[in-house]
Design a protein around this ligand. Structure first.
Ligand SMILES: [Zn+2]
Length: 168
């Protein structure tokens, strides 16, 4: 397993121009906040305060003093396609090695809490209840996640990108 753990685990701040990355990164268990507005200074401030790496397609960010002097880490994404962007990140960081799938809510970036099958019995479809034994719930939006077909399809797509990234 990788060396990143606890407090020094890689965290990201996702610029509005590469917003789709937030969900992919959360899927892999990487704390990623999404910036909806276009206030670059606010984003830079938050990244510095929270020790996050900025992901952007905005070359202006890369020219900022804090990025040039290394105080702030930022990645300029080369492609417009989210899957290619993930591949670039894979080549930049050890995302796969340190992945912790199923630990963060895809919508609100909060840590998911384990739930027993009994606890979710009346909140998931009967078919899911019959076939799935492991569940997690978001404490903020109360979505319940399980490793169903949709989730597996997303992971398969992602792994294809990550494998392709390794071969480059
Ligand atoms: Zn949530």
């Amino acid at each position: 397993m990788g060396g990143e753990s606890g407090g020094n685990r890689r965290r990201f701040i996702v610029d509005h121009n590469v917003g789709k990355l937030a969900r992919w990164l959360r899927m892999l268990g990487y704390d990623s906040v999404f910036v909806a507005g276009q206030d670059d200074s606010q984003m830079v401030r938050q990244a510095l305060e929270e020790g996050r790496v900025i992901l952007t397609r905005d070359t202006g960010i890369m020219k900022r003093r804090q990025v040039k002097n290394g105080r702030l880490k930022a990645v300029l994404l080369e492609s417009e396609e989210p899957e290619r962007q993930m591949r670039q990140l894979m080549n930049t960081f050890d995302l796969k090695e340190n992945a912790r799938p199923f630990t963060l809510c895809l919508e609100c970036n909060r840590s998911l809490a384990p739930r027993t099958r009994e606890e979710v019995a009346d909140r998931v479809p009967p078919y899911v209840y019959r076939t799935q034994t492991q569940y997690v719930e978001c404490p903020a939006c109360h979505r319940i996640y399980w490793r169903g077909t949709h989730w597996k399809a997303m992971m398969t797509r992602l792994e294809r990108q990550l494998d392709a990234g390794e071969k480059q």
